[in-house]
Design a protein around this ligand. Structure first.
Ligand code: GLN
Length: 486
């Protein structure tokens, strides 16, 4: 029996399209039908751009007939709704941006389009990417395709769920403190957060500007690496994007790993780590040993401070970045008798509770008299966390840990307990604070058949190392081949 077209990885689909086995329109239609049929159960999308997607697919078919070959020609991709898409609603999961239609594409989106991709639509996110479960979306929660009573993780939960449920071949997300890695772990897919500055953020709505990174999702690490190769690189429109050549990530994943050294930080095996998660990660370490990789226990003594540092710095930056949503320049406006009332009503009604909490925390941490005690001190501890990584990478090529302390939790289980929610990022925050790359790939399933994620981190601007390690693991195992049944 022929495989359903939506079961093909990006690589397989490109092969089929090149061969003329099927058209881009047929592939796109298969995805649109599946979205129509199954997304009501999952809620991965905020907006499906059916007509536009079919137009783009048709154009891809024409390009193919005229002999054009582009790396993503005809491949249907989903975009997290914090990245601007021209003529397509971009809400950031917030009421305050309801009705906002950008006049330009984010650079990452434009690069996918230039590589021939078909944009299927915009995926759900926690409001302004603040959250770990996609329940903070102002529109609807997204559900985990492996168990729809559970969350997909967040904040890029829509993108992770779409890729896992075969509602997109690949997707873009963003990661400020874990938002591509943690949902990838919960949904059993691969995702890459590159180093800070690797991918342009032009057209990405800023949350915490010293941390925000655009990342990629695929069903395999090879697919996620290919997407990264396309979106990475210098952009004159983003002064924080670095002018450093982009390695062919999509190809180097196949390089040998024998003789590589990986470090396993003692401090990442935290209290509250689910036993099945620890077991799966320890088994992965055995797999690495059998591949000829050297595995060493290492220590990263400042790991425990990452959570406090992040929840001072990220809200501080967010409180400044979100000041622009005043009802005058973008989206929704709730007019009052005075300008002050207009601001108050617009922001009061436009922002949800988690965004308000962050703005208040951040404003407090930055205020006169508290700045030195909180913000400044957090910056200093951030440097110590980065120094832990610098020291570790003198001994090892990559660092391996669980991606999240537990598998996917139930909807409503943590929404009213922000601290519990924040704890689901405890293992992804350090790499974000250090600015280095991190990825997550599936490494097993727990007793409820929920996916477990393996996090692999590598030195600043040396993504190729973690990609090689991840790809070797994937070639030696078949966890990534399981498909959730909806
Ligand atoms: N969950 C973390 C937060 O709420 C990280 C979010 C993200 O990476 N965008 O801030």
């Amino acid at each position: 029996m022929p495989k359903d077209l939506t079961d093909l990885s990006i690589r397989e689909a490109r092969h089929g399209l090149r061969n003329g086995d099927f058209s881009a329109v047929a592939l796109t239609q298969s995805y649109l039908e599946r979205i129509q049929q199954l997304d009501p159960q999952v809620g991965a999308y905020l907006h499906v751009a059916e007509d536009l997607a079919l137009e783009m697919a048709d154009e891809a078919d024409q390009q193919h007939s005229s002999g054009q070959d582009l790396p993503l020609l005809g491949i249907p991709i989903a975009i997290k709704d914090v990245l601007n898409t021209r003529d397509m609603a971009t809400t950031c999961g917030s009421r305050i941006l309801e009705g906002y239609i950008p006049s330009y594409n984010a650079t990452a989106v434009q690069r996918l389009i230039d590589a021939g991709a078909v944009i299927l639509g915009k995926t759900n996110t926690d409001e302004f990417a603040m959250g770990s479960s996609t329940e903070n979306s102002a529109y609807h929660p997204t559900r985990n395709p492996w168990d729809t009573a559970r969350v997909p993780g967040g904040s890029s939960g829509g993108s992770a769920a779409a890729v896992a449920a075969r509602l997109a071949a690949g997707a873009l997300g963003t990661d400020t403190g874990g938002s591509v890695r943690q949902p990838a772990a919960f949904c059993g897919v691969a995702a890459i957060k590159p180093s800070y500055g690797r991918v342009s953020r032009y057209g990405l709505t800023a949350f915490a500007s010293s941390l925000d990174c655009v990342g990629t999702f695929g069903r395999t690490i090879e697919d996620a690496a290919l997407l990264l190769q396309i979106i990475a690189g210098h952009d004159l429109r983003d002064s924080t994007s670095m002018d450093v050549p982009v390695p062919p990530y999509g190809e180097i994943v196949a390089d040998d790993v024998k003789g590589m050294r990986i470090g396993v930080p003692r401090e990442y095996f935290v209290e509250g780590l689910q036993p099945a998660v620890e077991d799966a990660v320890r088994q992965a370490l055995d797999t690495f040993l059998s591949l000829g990789v050297e595995v060493r226990e290492i220590s990263m003594p400042h790991t425990a401070y990452a959570l406090s540092v992040y929840y001072l710095l990220a809200p501080a930056e967010a409180s400044a970045n979100l000041a622009r949503y005043d009802g005058v320049r973008y989206g929704k406006r709730e007019t009052g008798p005075t300008l002050w009332d207009t601001y108050r009503r617009t922001r009061g009604q436009g922002f949800g509770p988690e965004v308000k909490r962050r703005i208040m925390l951040g404003t407090y941490a930055l205020s006169a008299g508290y700045y030195d005690a909180y913000y400044l001190r957090a910056q200093k501890v951030r440097t110590l966390i980065k120094a832990d990584f610098d020291a570790a990478f003198e001994q090892v090529d990559a660092i391996v840990s669980p991606t999240a302390p537990t598998t996917a939790f139930k909807l409503n289980e943590r929404v009213n307990d922000p601290l519990q929610m924040y704890l689901s990022d405890v293992l992804t925050l350090p790499a974000s604070l250090a600015g280095i790359g991190g990825l997550s790939i599936p490494c097993g399933y727990d007793e409820d058949q929920l996916p477990i994620g393996l996090q692999i981190m590598s030195p600043f601007f040396q993504e190729e190392k973690m990609l090689r390690v991840a790809s070797a693991y994937q070639r030696a195992t078949n966890w990534h081949q399981r498909i959730p049944v909806l």
